[in-house]
Ligand binder design. Structure first.
Ligand SMILES: Nc1nc2c(c(=O)[nH]1)N[C@H]1C(S)=C(S)[C@@H](COP(=O)(O)OP(=O)(O)OC[C@H]3O[C@@H](n4cnc5c(=O)[nH]c(N)nc54)[C@H](O)[C@@H]3O)O[C@H]1N2
Ligand SMILES: Nc1nc2c(c(=O)[nH]1)N[C@H]1C(S)=C(S)[C@@H](COP(=O)(O)OP(=O)(O)OC[C@H]3O[C@@H](n4cnc5c(=O)[nH]c(N)nc54)[C@H](O)[C@@H]3O)O[C@H]1N2
Ligand code: SF4
Ligand SMILES: [Mo]
Length: 741
């Protein structure tokens, strides 16, 4: 193909020579785009394209998905297991048997000496669902540690907790199709165009067809805020105050949906009592949440009067000391206005990692598979019986959350840990504290596709894992859609699919000889289907199969055997279809079937800007990078857009301090310091700086990460810092070092 002027250095795009396309689902964010990977005649994946028939993305991909095929042989991939006696010593290559034997031996040693819970397992939202289910069997059924959780505590824990408190169960009730019906769209702490570009594209398309108001609550003028009709630049951490004040207006003006409240909710009396108090009168509340009285009233009226209204939220709500309360309060707003389970009326948590949902559903991290609870005797007995083990092997209560596991290492309760697909040395708050915690472990296993991942500096055993399309399995996206990845190519070097690693390790434990561990992902999926059936269970996948999922480019759960029977009549062009929405009949997963309205009072417990540390430190993401850059940092066409750790700073604040554009500065908090380059922008207010969290030894050296009392999720978005000058040459040299991959 030729572009440019003829005869004058035309740009030539080489032909990819694709001979086969393999079906897959993007492994970055939770949008759940269907991807086709193009293979050449050598079996090498040379390109990716969006699947034109997929409901989710309809042929589109964002920059990360378009370049995802560059991952397979990118720098730093682990090609063989590694072992060493002490962290920092040099690693020695090992065989899989040696590395697995050493790991099983060490786990047993630690458990014999200090008890079963002294060995922790911390996983992720980025494996296949079948791998999550298998890891759950291994961790809960064979290793038997109750200190088993995932990085999803940094991400979705508040949404899970809020959904459970309001509706009696986890599971986002809405879907992307709701954009087509809604008459009012409100987003809390979510920057769709950068973090979920294809969901944003669906929203934009809906707004192009039919106009409806868009309200964005975010202290930053994000890309989504720029497109909004109304932007509410909220004071950090005070969303609960804004929502209570909106509820104050709704009840004062009789705008609530009384018949929905009466028929489908409990707790309205207490809620009304709280929100009608003077504290939440917009006249008073405006001084706490920073949104003026008139705006609060306007927004409350628009929302409540709309025929259908929907709210979405992401990390601006979840990553807060009021994360779970914030979610419950968004649910309150939607219940009070009758906006649950109807087209365009919903409370939709936009999830984060590609398979954050899969881990919630099947990993057993917070309980037992298929949204079952350790606290429920029947659930324990059912799963023990299904796996063929003694129910007494299970604890009767959930153990520590991921964010409590690290402090338990600090205090010496936990001696060993296995990290699977997570990089806490970059992603956890307070890096200096994390370093000490890692150093204290007697035994650490790191299982990652990349051996140069920072946390691996502290490990004793390294398991090289395959990346997503080197294996097979499912992801569940934000709208409960289960989608498939087919194996596109062989594993890199001697790396192995996570499923294989879990299966091999299970053979080294007594219960592993009793419990069945299917060798294939599809075998595990068939087992999960059996566990998903049951009267009144929302998470029912029993009607699905790999072939059907691929044919439909993803199916939303619940999708029952009865649905499958119905769809057996479809012509080959028609797609099997699951449930678009939950709770359409107003029946919730609580004892009496009614949703709970939860009164959420506000206590201001964040670290606030003060004389010594005068700026709010906010952190988040940019479109071209994913998380700790283990992947996008290696993809040149992603990394080139922002290879350098930087912060957004308001030009007026910069002028006051004599700071100029692209200068390096040192930031200091009560925990530590970090050097970044300054990008002047009016995106942030005068008293705030924003740093993308993708860089190692950067923003999380500064963060505090106070925990939410219900979800144990850290408040990554709120703490305070000061800005200091730094030697420009030294800073530049440091940056070159940090950039080098
Ligand atoms: N490109 C890219 N996309 C991704 C990811 C990635 O790393 N890169 N990660 C994925 C994952 S795991 C996740 S969890 C999602 C995260 O997706 P988002 O939550 O959309 O992304 P963030 O940038 O972390 O935070 C969103 C916004 O919260 C705002 N915020 C901060 N404090 C407050 C507050 O007190 N109230 C309100 N209302 N807002 C506040 C911030 O200013 C920020 O703009 O993105 C997913 N998609
Ligand atoms: N300051 C601040 N900190 C934050 C946030 C923030 O907004 N601000 N956001 C938080 C959020 S929402 C999240 S989700 C976390 C993310 O934090 P992490 O999960 O620690 O970050 P990732 O870089 O995604 O780490 C995942 C690792 O898994 C590896 N991996 C990918 N696929 C596979 C696989 O198939 N198998 C195996 N074994 N490994 C694989 C990757 O190479 C990578 O090293 O960060 C949190 N930290
Ligand atoms: S929007 Fe998310 S799922 Fe879709 S291509 Fe981009 S990163 Fe992948
Ligand atoms: Mo996340």
């Amino acid at each position: 193909m030729l572009f440019g002027r003829k005869n004058r250095k035309p740009i030539v795009i080489p032909k990819k020579e694709v001979v086969e396309w393999k079906y897959s689902t993007c492994n970055y964010c939770s949008t759940g785009c269907s991807i086709e990977l193009g293979l050449n005649d050598q079996g090498k994946v040379v390109t990716s394209r969006g699947h034109a028939g997929a409901d989710v993305n309809r042929g589109k991909l964002c920059i990360k998905g378009l370049l995802e095929h560059d991952l397979f042989d990118s720098a730093g991939r682990g090609s063989q297991p590694l072992m060493r006696d002490k962290a920092y010593e040099s690693f020695e290559p090992a065989s899989w048997d040696q590395a697995l034997d050493r790991t099983a031996e060490k786990i047993k040693d630690i458990q014999e000496k200090y008890g079963r819970d002294a060995f922790a397992v911390v996983s992720t939202g980025q494996l296949m669902t079948e791998e999550f289910y298998t890891l759950g069997k291994l961790a809960r059924g064979c290793i038997g540690s109750n200190n088993y959780d995932g990085n999803t505590t940094l991400c979705m824990a508040s949404a899970v907790s809020g959904y459970k408190r309001s509706f009696g169960s986890d599971g986002p009730p809405g879907c992307y199709e709701d954009f087509e019906y809604t008459e009012c769209f409100m987003a809390f702490g979510s920057n769709l165009p950068e973090q979920h570009p294809i969901i944003y594209w669906r929203l934009k398309e809906a707004r192009e067809k039919r106009s409806f108001p868009m309200i964005v609550v975010d202290p930053r003028v994000t890309m989504l805020a720029q497109f909004a009709d109304i932007h509410l630049p909220i004071t950090p951490g005070t969303d609960c105050v804004l929502i209570n004040s909106m509820l104050h207006v709704i009840f004062s003006e009789g705008l609530q949906d009384q018949s929905y409240i009466d028929a489908h909710t409990n707790g309205s009396k207490e809620l009304i009592e709280l929100v009608m108090s003077d504290t939440y009168d917009p006249k008073v509340a405006q001084h706490v949440c920073g949104i003026d009285e008139d705006r609060i009233r306007t927004v409350a009226r628009i929302y409540a009067r709309a025929g259908s209204a929907m709210s979405i939220w992401t990390m601006g709500i979840n990553q807060s000391t009021h994360g779970s309360d914030g979610v419950a309060n968004i649910n309150n707003l939607n219940l009070v206005t009758g906006n649950i389970g109807k087209p365009g009326g919903t409370s939709l948590s936009i999830t984060g990692q590609c398979n954050a949902m899969g881990t919630r559903e099947w990993s057993s991290c917070s309980g037992l598979p298929g949204y079952r609870y350790l606290e429920n005797e029947k659930d324990r007995e059912y799963i023990a019986d299904f796996w063929g083990i003694d129910p007494e092997f299970f604890p009767k209560k959930r153990g520590l959350a991921q964010t409590d596991i690290f402090p338990a290492i600090e205090t010496g309760e936990i001696k060993g840990m296995w990290l699977i697909a997570t990089n806490p040395m970059t992603s956890m708050a307070d890096t200096a504290r994390m370093r000490k915690i890692m150093e204290k472990l007697d035994f650490l296993v790191v299982q990652d596709c990349y051996e140069d991942v920072e946390t691996n500096q502290f490990s004793h055993v390294y398991f090289p894992a395959a990346v997503w399309a080197e294996k097979e399995g499912c992801h569940t996206n934000t709208e409960r859609r289960v989608n498939l990845t087919r194996t596109a190519l062989q594993c890199y070097g001697d790396s192995k699919p996570d499923l294989w690693i879990f299966n091999q390790l299970s053979k080294r434990f007594d219960n592993g000889k009793v419990i069945n561990f299917p060798e294939s992902a599809e075998g595990a999926f068939e087992e999960m289907k059996k566990l998903s059936v049951g009267a009144g269970r929302t998470l029912d996948i029993s009607g699905m199969s790999y072939d059907k999922i691929e044919r439909a480019q993803g199916i939303q759960w619940p999708y029952t055997e009865a649905d499958a029977k119905r769809d057996a009549q479809l012509s080959p062009e028609e797609k099997p279809k699951g449930a678009s929405r939950l709770y359409t009949d107003g029946k919730f997963q609580t004892a009496d079937g009614k949703a709970n309205l939860i009164s959420v009072d506000f206590i201001n417990n964040n670290e606030q800007p003060c004389q010594d540390f005068p700026f709010w430190l906010n952190s988040g993401r940019v479109v071209e990078h994913f998380h700790t850059r283990t992947r996008t940092g290696k993809v040149g066409n992603c990394n080139k857009f922002s290879p350098t750790p930087y912060m957004e700073m308001n030009p007026d604040a910069a002028a006051e301090l004599g700071v100029v554009h692209q200068q390096y500065v040192r930031l200091a908090s009560r925990r530590g310091d970090a050097v970044v380059m300054v990008q002047l922008t009016h995106r942030v207010p005068r008293n705030m700086v924003f740093i993308p969290f993708h860089y190692h030894d950067c923003v999380n050296r500064l963060t505090l990460g106070l925990l939410d009392p219900y979800s144990r999720q850290p408040a990554f978005k709120q703490c305070s810092v000061r800005i200091e000058p730094v030697d420009q040459d030294e800073a530049a040299a440091l940056n070159v070092q940090r950039r080098a991959f």
